[in-house]
Design a protein around this ligand. Structure first.
Ligand SMILES: [Zn+2]
Length: 279
């Protein structure tokens, strides 16, 4: 983050409760003006107080937010970008295999939606493999950059995007920890997903070794932006409430889809079968 990064105070924050239980949670870490709390019912970890919507938009409009991290401008070479390309290829390989097993044809003409598409690296790679791609991204500079590559990206949150399903593939890479209401996002994904769709997500996880060993010094805690922290258990709970089923959890930092990531996981999901869905 550059020196020009906005500085936030308690006035920019709001208190929230667990999106599954409505529980205010118990304190885990106190990081003024933020707090990290854990739901006393379901154990989901969340940031409260956290940045309000207007402050969050200011945060994501900083060009440095993307250029300074692994989501950087793809026209420049950097080791972080090389890693991003390994993840992209590894994730697309996994998704391609599932898509082919389900439809017998593969990616050609399949509709793929990515939420939190950043500068469009994954979308462009998916387009090269034959998918019909669309994205959703909150950062205006990143949406402008995507448009230059001819990518169709809506600027805003997934829940507000005027999209029409069904999509065969819906992905969100390191995005679900950023969204104001992850249950609303997963429910929107379920609405947009075809009944045989593949949903693929990646996210840091709170039960990872770095998180447990480093505590509040965990480098991925970042309470301004990472406002929900999952475990494989709470991800399954959240998915079930949105009528999605977790089929695969990839934790290994040796797998291409998650290479070097000691504190993150890749999760594959599918819509729950209709017979098991709640009304
Ligand atoms: Zn809860």
């Amino acid at each position: 983050m550059s020196d020009s990064a906005p500085v936030f105070s308690a006035a920019d924050t709001e208190k929230v409760c667990c999106c599954l239980c409505g529980d205010p949670g118990r304190p885990v870490y106190d990081l003024p003006p933020y707090g990290v709390r854990r739901c006393s019912h379901c154990t989901l970890v969340f940031v409260s107080p956290r940045l309000q919507r207007a402050a969050l938009s200011r945060f994501y409009d900083q060009v440095d937010y993307f250029e300074g991290g692994v989501y950087g401008d793809q026209s420049r070479f950097s080791p972080a970008m090389a890693l991003q390309r390994v993840w992209t290829a590894g994730r697309l390989n996994r998704i391609d295999r599932i898509v082919k097993a389900r439809n017998g044809r593969g990616s050609a003409g399949q509709r793929l939606l990515e939420f939190g598409s950043g500068y469009g690296l994954f979308l462009a790679a998916a387009r090269d493999r034959g998918y019909q791609v669309q994205g959703v991204e909150l950062s205006r500079p990143a949406v402008r950059e995507s448009a230059k590559q001819g990518l169709d990206v809506y600027c805003g949150q997934l829940v507000d995007a005027p999209l029409t399903g069904p999509y065969g593939v819906i992905c969100g890479w390191d995005t679900l920890e950023h969204v104001p209401d992850p249950l609303a996002v997963l429910r929107r994904i379920r609405e947009l997903a075809a009944d045989d769709a593949t949903v693929a997500l990646s996210t840091p996880y709170f039960s990872s070794l770095p998180s447990r060993v480093l505590g509040q010094r965990w480098w991925t805690l970042k309470p301004a932006e990472h406002i929900w922290h999952y475990t494989p258990y709470t991800l399954r709970l959240l998915a079930a409430r949105a009528d999605l089923v977790v089929t695969t959890v990839i934790r290994s930092p040796l797998t291409a889809a998650n290479l070097t990531r000691l504190d993150s996981l890749v999760v594959l999901l599918r819509p729950a079968r209709r017979s098991s869905r709640r009304n």
